[in-house]
Design a binder for this molecule. Structure first.
Ligand SMILES: Cc1cc2nc3c(=O)[nH]c(=O)nc-3n(C[C@H](O)[C@H](O)[C@H](O)COP(=O)(O)OP(=O)(O)OC[C@H]3O[C@@H](n4cnc5c(N)ncnc54)[C@H](O)[C@@H]3O)c2cc1C
Length: 375
């Protein structure tokens, strides 16, 4: 792949590649099996300044471009999609609103989050509101000196270990949704049960309950009712990042399958020599390279501040669908070994399903891509 990366981008890619090869790959199986937040590796990713990559130097970040961020994300998810999922949550959705809209107190949390000392999550989804965010029922009652937050959230990534959450809720006085900062130590915040799931098992998720949680006025992030407007500011980046997650897991599946096909012998020759197997590899390669190039293209549009809503949706839709096809094809190449717990392919296959959901389902993306065409 050559997307005319700058020297700095190549260095970042190499740094994360080396880190993943050295530290993540040996632990990837255990991260999946333990179903626990990968705390030690999370902190080591923090030491690589990953959490601050997208924030200005004045805020304590390193102000890297999105292409560089994607290159790092691809490497992390090549190693472990669980680890990459919690790290991208920390570096983007969990912290963006704190930096953009928080006061001095909240920025204190943000600064610690950039170092991996505090862990954050975002609470949008509810049991009865997934794709349809306007269906949420969590409510903030407005007081003279703050708010009382009540409601239930679910699928909160990093929720079981989170120190703070950004929460989307309704109020009586506005049509739109509002965003609140909620430290998890506050009275009335109850971290519910961990959701056991098919894939990304080390990216722990849970339900969270807010039982009459008293919030001071400064915990409203931005203006009342403007929550979705703020969310829109990072939506394209979330989608581009999810495309990068997809490419990482697809790369892992592709590389494992290639190595296997070049070693496994049947009928007196390595199975790579069979035309039916070769065809699978050329199809996978075309998908992988196309997804990678298109995603970096969408990221580069974002870096240049050019319109990228449509491109980010295309990147996410294409890359996540390809990742699932590639994991499926790779698994067929390993046949019975693709089915065995001792091999990583079954994990890639399970983990890749997540990329079809996070950042908007394929159906929602298709609807929105078509909607853009009508304009
Ligand atoms: C591992 C994991 C981690 C997550 N982490 C977080 C998190 O940290 N914070 C958070 O807030 N949420 C999180 N989520 C939730 C995720 O954002 C939602 O699952 C996602 O928005 C989809 O919602 P849903 O699952 O309720 O599906 P639904 O919205 O109920 O959709 C069900 C099906 O109906 C289809 N559908 C829905 N509406 C339409 C339509 N208008 N037209 C056509 N088809 C439609 C969907 O495409 C899908 O196939 C996570 C989910 C997973 C799996």
């Amino acid at each position: 792949m050559n997307f005319e990366l700058t020297e700095l981008q190549q260095q970042i890619q190499q740094t994360f590649k080396d880190f993943v090869n050295r530290k993540v790959l040996p632990q990837a199986k255990a991260i999946d099996e333990n179903r626990e937040f990968p705390m030690q590796l999370f902190k080591e990713v923090g030491d690589l300044d990953f959490f601050g990559m997208r924030y200005p130097e004045s805020a304590g970040g390193s102000q890297m471009d999105i292409v560089s961020y994607c290159l790092a994300v691809i490497e992390l998810s090549r190693g472990s999609l669980s680890l990459a999922a919690v790290c991208t949550m920390q570096s983007l959705m969990a912290t963006y609103f704190l930096n953009r809209l928080g006061d001095k107190e909240i920025k204190g949390y943000f600064n610690e989050a950039l170092e991996g000392k505090k862990i954050g999550g975002i609470c949008m989804t509810e049991p009865n509101a997934g794709s349809d965010l306007f269906g949420i029922q969590s409510k903030a009652e407005i007081l003279d000196d703050g708010f009382i937050l009540s409601g239930q959230k679910t699928w909160v990534t990093s929720g079981p270990v989170a120190d703070f959450l950004t929460v989307l809720a309704k109020t009586d006085q506005t049509e739109g949704l509002s965003i609140f900062f909620v430290p998890t130590h506050l009275e009335g915040v109850k971290i519910g049960k961990q959701i056991e799931k098919l894939g990304v098992r080390g990216s722990v998720t849970c339900e969270v309950y807010f039982d009459q949680v008293r919030l001071p006025s400064n915990y409203l992030l931005g203006k009342l009712g403007d929550g979705t407007k703020y969310l829109m500011e990072i939506l394209a980046e979330i989608r581009i990042m999810t495309a990068a997650l997809s490419i990482g897991v697809a790369t892992a599946a592709f590389e494992d399958a290639l190595q296997y096909a070049l070693e496994r012998k049947q009928f007196g020759q390595v199975i790579y020599k069979f035309q039916a197997v070769k065809m699978k590899f050329s199809e996978m390669k075309v998908q992988l390279e196309t997804a990678r190039h298109y995603t970096l293209y969408a990221a580069s549009l974002s870096d240049q501040n050019l319109p990228r809503q449509q491109e980010s949706m295309i990147a996410k839709l294409y890359a996540s669908e390809c990742a699932n096809t590639i994991c499926d094809q790779a698994s067929r190449i390993l046949a019975s070994y693709g089915f065995a717990d001792d091999y990583s392919l079954q994990r890639y296959l399970r983990d890749a399903r997540f990329t079809l959901i996070g950042g908007g389902t394929s159906e929602i993306l298709k609807l929105n891509i078509a909607k853009e065409l009508e304009k």
